[in-house]
Design a protein around this ligand. Sequence first.
Ligand code: MN
Length: 703
Amino acid sequence: MAATAELLDPGRFGYLKPKDVARLAEAYRFSEAAHAGQTRQSGDPYISHPLAVAEILADWHLDGQTLMAALLHDVTEDTSVTKDEISDTFGRPVADLVDGVSKLDRIEFQSAEDAQAENFRKMLLAMARDVRVMLIKLADRLHNMRTLGAVPPAKRRRVARETMEIYAPIANRLGLNTLYHELQELAFTHLYPVRYKVLAKATKAARGNRREMIGRTLEAIKKKLAESAISAQVFGREKHVYSTYRKMIEKHLSFSEVHDIFGCRIIVKDVPSCYLALGALHALYKPIPGKFKDYIAIAKANGYQSIHTDLIGPYGVPVEVQIRTEQMHRLAESGVASHWMYKDDADRLSEVQKQTHRWLQSLLEIQHQSGDPQEFLEHVKVDLFPDEVYVFTPKGKILSLPRGATAVDFAYAVHTDIGNRCVAAKVNGELVPLRTELRNGDRVEIITASHAKPSAGWLQYVRTGKARSNIRHFLKTMQYEESAGLGERLLDQALRGLKSSLGEIDDAAWERVVRDSGARSREELLADIGLGKRLPAVVARRLMKKADPEETKAAGSVTIRGTEGMAVQLATCCRPIPGDAIVGSIKKGQGLVVHATECGAIVRSRRNEPDQWIDVEWDARITRLFQAAIHVTVENQRGVLAKVASEIAEAGSNIDSITMEEDRAVFTTMHFVLEVANRQHLARVMRALRRLPDVQKITRTRE
Ligand code: MN
């Protein structure tokens, strides 16, 4: 077994403990046996692929578990081996890693649209909760890209496109810069083979022409730094073919315009030296204004740090310079993987910690706290986007929502109309309530009904601002319309008292009154009446140009739906419910307050200020619930409240509040505020309670 011998090659795997190398050889043999007889498109035995993936990961110095998982990563998908078998043989962590990689393989790339690709990348990252899963996946993709030539052209283009749009940006997000560029170059080669060939050739030619100039510039920089007593390594930097291409496209430049720039990288020992080197270079060559960027003070999102400056070099050739420390350089090249590669470097890492992005920082902190690398790895479950979930629409579009978002948020995210009309949802094909919280990867379908309306109750569980503001807006508009409707009814009643009616008022009268009152429209004036900001009798008299208040007498009654919102208040003294005889009090600034006619609190006012009172009645089509209060006197014993409460629920009513009298006597009284539909419903609840043997007395409260 030649390959096993290679596995043991200390040049590649020597950083592992001998015990881990032995386990690795075991995983290799297991995988080789499982894939026996399978070949790759190139004709090579299949095992060559997982081995190459493990080698890439070994170059990043990943731990033994990750390397074992890399060797086994295609076993559960392509052979009859199960996750349990891997778990039994190599342990749970390895099996979990293999499982994670297989899960990522199963998600299909859906759309080329840029925003979609971004969501897709985020979803992949979120689903790979352990960053090692993503590292295996990236190494897998890198090897597949390196060997893509053997694959049929149509598949080759699809894989290349996916690499360009999904995996290269993920590598970038994780700060794996070298990998990022290699994936891009490889994808570019397969997506645009002719363009690649032309540009690669031109790049090579240009390099040859400028060799002398480049050498002289590097020498001058080295000399200047040495004179300034800054110890530094200075490198010329090759532009990647794909970066050249992208710059040409994005900035509409010709090849020579893009390529006539010389890149140079300076690596120094510490941060102060970065700024000293910058000063020395600016003394050597003139800087190009506006081209200086300090990513040391403010790191890029993936943790990248450097100083960038553009100079005018010899012969007027622009020189792009990057200045960074050794530590920053490692992070720039290997990103998240540098934590495995340079574990011994704890002190310098802690320096980077302060400046790198939050997620990267949290990774390092765990390592710092636990100290034990093994324990660290066990705990590194990287949730890169902990506050987001990614879900699919029925058409396969991906939506990103805040964690905790529900089906209602989803509905509003798709379209405001869908949100306003949603009644239920299907998640992964199953019917669920609208309040259901969505999880990563859910496929969500919203069921709408044309008559459906948003409910105030939704506000309790929606998470997105879009859903919240749309629901609020809808409720407000609805309330405004209801108020205007009530205002119209109140005004008509007042007009009838003046022996007229709304139908008899002409447009000219309306226009005059609207203008005089300062309202913006007839509707606003009506809404003001409904909300109690204007008195209907006053407006009625103005419409009829009558000034004498004595003539006003109510006629007919105003119907109440209970959905008028603030415009109609049900008095809390008597808590009227549909079926009760009611009467309305209308005071400016209070709107319409509805009392039960038998309410004790209004007797005096009705006698002394009869003008304030108008006849009202319940609308026949009321569907909402109303509050009613009852006293229940029971035998004071254990469990009695539970019995009463369950009887209330049984009768289809909700309890809004309970107060109990502090009483040690044989009997005690409980006060309930219940939600009922109407008088009959309340009667049903009270009858049910009366049947309980513990209940002595029950009355509806009206005071
Ligand atoms: Mn693979």
